[in-house]
Design a protein around this ligand. Structure first.
Ligand code: SF4
Ligand code: SF4
Length: 383
C-alpha cells in the first residue's frame, strides 16, 4: 500500500459498492465491515451491502452510546463503535507456541502455522488509519518485527470512508488525524446523499486499489460529485463533539506528575480497563502459559493486557502502581506525552472511544483541559 496518489476521483453507486465487495471476495479477501449487533455497530464478516448499518447513527457522550434511526438511508452514517481494527491485526489472544508430550514422554514444541489471513476492511475511518499506522510503528517499526502482525498487515486491503457523521466524543480534527483519510488506504470513499442520488466518491490510494477499481465499473467523478464530497468533509470537521488543545500538552503533563487532579480522577476511575480495550492504539499485552491437567499439552499465548490492572506493574515482589490515580496518570501521560518521546507521534488519534465506553464517563479531553486550566476547570464533557 502506498499513500494517496494523484489520480482523479471516480464515483460508484450502491450497486457499485456491492461489486466492490464481490471483487474483494473473488480476490480471496475475508471481507469485514460495520454491522449492527447487540445495539452497537461492530466489525464483522460482510457479504452484502444490505448488511451495512443502513439508516443508523450513533449518539455518543461520556459513558453513553445509543443507536438511533437517521432520516436517510446512509450506509456509513455513524462514527465508530466499541470495536477497532486492532481486533483483527493484533487479536486479543494469539498463540505463540505449543508443546505436546507423545506416548513415549518426548516433548515436541510447535510454532503456530503462519497466519495467512487476508482481510479487506470496509469503512475504516481516518482516525483508525492513523491508529493502524501507530500500531505499525510498534509492531513493525523497531528492530524486532512481530511476524504474525506483519503478515496480517501486509496482506490487508483497506477501504477507508471519509467521516460524514462525527460523534459527540470525537476529536480527530484536534489530533490532525481526520475526518478526511489522507494516507494508508487502498481506496477511500466519501458517501454522498443528495436527494434521490446515493453515491460514493472514490479516491485511489495504492496500486492494489487501482486494480480493484478497474473491476467494478466506476465512472469518473464530475464537478458536482467533488463539490458534494468537499461539503461532507467541511461539515464533519466542524461537527466534532470534543476538542483537545495539544500545544505544549506533552511538556505540561510531564511537568505535572504530582498535580492534585490525578487523585481526583483516580477517585472516579473504576480501574476496569475498558478505555484500553477499546482504544485502537493501545498495544500492551501479557504472556501466559496454559496447560491441561494431564501435563500432555501446554501452550504459550499472548493476551491483551491493560495498564489499569494491579498485575500490569508487578515487578519482583509488588506492583508499583497501586491505585487509580497512578494508573490513570500512567495511561494519559503515555498517550499524550511519553508516546511522542517513544514513537514520535501522539498515542491518541481522537476517536473518542475511551470517553464513550468509560462506565463513569471519564473524559481524556476534560482531564487535559483541567490540567491546562490549572485544575480549576472540570473541562468539557464532565458531569
Ligand atoms: S486515547 Fe481514547 S480517544 Fe485517543 S485513540 Fe485511544 S480511545 Fe481514541
Ligand atoms: S478511565 Fe474509565 S474506562 Fe478507564 S479504567 Fe477508569 S473507569 Fe475504566
Amino acid at each position: 500500500m502506498s499513500s494517496t496518489r494523484d489520480a482523479s476521483p471516480s464515483v460508484i453507486d450502491r450497486d457499485g459498492l456491492q461489486r466492490l465487495l464481490d471483487a474483494l471476495k473473488r480476490s480471496g479477501f475475508a471481507v469485514v465491515g460495520p454491522r449492527v449487533r447487540d445495539g452497537a455497530i461492530v466489525y464483522a464478516p460482510l457479504a452484502r451491502v444490505d448488511e451495512l448499518p443502513q439508516g443508523w447513527t450513533d449518539l455518543q457522550d461520556g459513558g453513553s452510546y445509543t443507536l438511533v434511526r437517521r432520516t436517510d438511508a446512509a450506509l456509513f452514517g455513524y462514527a465508530v463503535g466499541p470495536n477497532s481494527w486492532k481486533q483483527f491485526l493484533h487479536p486479543a489472544r494469539e498463540l505463540l507456541w505449543e508443546v505436546r508430550r507423545d506416548p513415549s514422554g518426548v516433548l515436541a514444541f510447535e510454532a503456530p502455522p503462519p497466519d495467512t489471513s487476508r482481510y479487506a476492511f470496509i469503512g475504516v475511518r481516518a482516525c483508525e488509519l492513523q491508529a493502524i499506522a501507530v500500531q505499525d510503528r510498534v509492531f513493525m517499526g523497531g528492530p524486532f518485527e512481530d511476524a504474525a502482525y506483519a503478515c496480517r498487515r501486509h496482506h490487508a486491503f483497506i477501504v477507508a470512508i471519509n467521516c460524514g457523521s462525527p460523534a459527540g466524543t470525537c476529536f480527530c480534527a484536534s489530533m490532525q488525524s481526520g475526518p478526511q483519510a489522507r494516507a494508508g488506504f487502498d481506496l477511500a470513499l466519501t458517501e454522498v446523499l443528495d436527494g434521490a442520488r446515493h453515491r460514493f466518491v472514490v479516491t485511489v490510494g495504492s496500486d492494489a486499489g487501482a486494480a480493484v477499481l478497474t473491476q467494478i465499473e466506476a465512472q469518473p467523478a464530475d464537478a458536482a460529485d467533488r463539490e458534494a464530497e468537499g461539503m461532507v468533509l467541511a461539515r464533519s470537521a466542524g461537527a466534532m463533539g470534543r476538542t483537545l488543545r495539544t500545544d505544549g500538552l506533552r511538556e505540561l503533563l510531564q511537568a505535572k506528575l504530582e498535580h492534585p487532579r490525578w487523585a481526583e480522577v483516580g477517585e472516579r476511575c473504576l480501574q476496569c480497563g475498558n478505555c484500553t480495550m477499546v482504544c485502537p492504539t493501545c498495544f500492551c499485552h501479557t504472556v501466559e502459559d496454559q496447560s491441561d491437567l494431564l501435563g500432555e499439552h501446554a501452550q504459550r499465548v499472548r493476551l491483551w493486557d491493560s495498564c489499569f490492572t494491579l498485575d500490569f506493574s508487578y515487578v519482583h515482589g509488588g506492583s508499583v502502581r497501586h491505585g487509580g490515580a497512578a494508573r490513570y496518570r500512567q495511561w494519559m501521560t503515555h498517550k499524550l506525552a511519553n508516546w511522542i518521546d517513544q514513537f514520535g507521534t501522539s498515542g491518541c488519534v481522537g476517536c473518542g472511544r475511551c470517553i464513550t465506553w468509560c462506565p463513569v464517563g471519564i473524559d481524556i479531553t476534560a482531564e487535559a483541559a483541567a490540567m491546562q486550566d490549572g485544575g480549576a476547570s472540570r473541562g468539557q464533557g464532565d458531569a
